[in-house]
Design a protein around this ligand. Structure first.
Ligand SMILES: Cc1cc2nc3c(=O)[nH]c(=O)nc-3n(C[C@H](O)[C@H](O)[C@H](O)COP(=O)(O)OP(=O)(O)OC[C@H]3O[C@@H](n4cnc5c(N)ncnc54)[C@H](O)[C@@H]3O)c2cc1C
Length: 271
């Protein structure tokens, strides 16, 4: 079957590799002219881990990951640990896969390598999908440069502002949930050795929390800090914000939270 996928993000790449392994003829069209990734982490628990295992990527993912031994839930002022979730060997025994945390760029490059090792020409860059049309003998994908490609199946993996979704259900606007997440990464060399050693941590307080986890061989600390706010902003991985706002949002919180915000790159503050 000839399968056309719109979008070479984590979803489009994973799906391409799985379908190629099943023997399908696949093309994945990506509007960007190069495959880059935002400077942020991702946590891979067992569901995603089993998919990566099926692609033969389990060892490579593990090599580029940090495997936390536990996840600590702490209060925002005193830092008291109120709950611990066992990860590490326990998660591996229970779920047959490790719980690991790695940089998004590492995950994406492993997926790109996997897809290209199955078929070098699968990923088509600089190809912006504009819509599609179905017919009794298949479907046609339309591109913004006016070109078309015919296939048997079309799959939209073009993200939260999917053009294909719009073509199917009509123009639609995401509804703001009232929550926005601050994000940042910190070079581990800037943090004390004992900082959050070997674990993932959540600091929890009224209307907001901060999750911190290590990436790679404990080389970077990644934080994600969701806050309730009436000020929505465009959904984006790349829009920079003023560092002072997250600093104010978490004023008075535990010293580890202050340290993470203080040591984050002030010119690379994302929400
Ligand atoms: C702060 C934050 C933290 C998160 N943490 C985790 C986590 O720890 N673990 C986890 O499992 N998930 C996490 N998620 C969710 C996860 O990151 C996303 O669900 C996932 O990245 C979505 O991947 P995707 O491939 O569907 O979409 P995207 O990554 O958005 O990829 C879509 C691709 O399609 C391309 N595209 C868009 N439009 C077109 C078009 N018209 N034509 C061609 N190409 C197009 C884009 O350029 C892009 O490459 C997190 C999300 C956020 C916001």
């Amino acid at each position: 079957m000839k399968i056309l996928i719109s979008g070479a993000g984590i979803a489009g790449l994973t799906l391409s590799a799985l379908l190629l392994k099943r023997g399908h003829d696949v093309r994945v069209f990506e509007k960007s002219s190069e495959l880059t990734e935002v400077d942020a982490g991702i946590q891979i628990s067992a569901n995603a881990g089993h998919v990566l295992k099926a692609l033969g990527l389990a060892d490579a993912v593990l090599e580029r990951s940090f495997v936390p031994s536990e996840w600590h839930m702490r209060t925002y002022l005193s830092g008291e640990v109120v709950n611990r979730i066992e990860l590490g060997d326990h998660h591996q025994r229970l779920r047959g896969c490790p719980y690991c945390t790695l940089h998004r760029a590492d995950l994406r490059s492993l997926l790109v390598g996997c897809v290209r090792s199955l078929d070098l020409n699968v990923i088509v860059l600089g190809a912006e999908v504009a819509g599609y049309k179905e017919s009794s003998d298949g479907a046609v994908l339309h591109f913004s440069d006016g070109s078309d490609v015919r296939g048997d199946v079309i799959i939209g993996a073009d993200g939260v502002r999917s053009v294909l979704r719009q073509t199917i259900v009509g123009a639609d606007k995401p509804i703001y949930s009232g929550n926005a997440a601050w994000r940042g990464t910190i070079d581990a060399r800037r943090l004390p050795m004992e900082f959050s050693k070997g674990i993932t941590t959540s600091f929890m307080g009224p209307g907001r929390h901060m999750v911190m986890y290590w990436l790679g061989q404990r080389t970077l600390l990644n934080f994600v800090a969701p806050v309730e706010t009436d000020i929505p902003n465009e959904e984006s991985w790349t829009t920079r914000h003023d560092w002072q706002t997250p600093k104010d949002d978490f004023a008075g919180w535990h010293e580890d939270v202050q340290k993470a915000i203080d040591l984050a790159d002030r010119d690379a503050c994302y929400r």
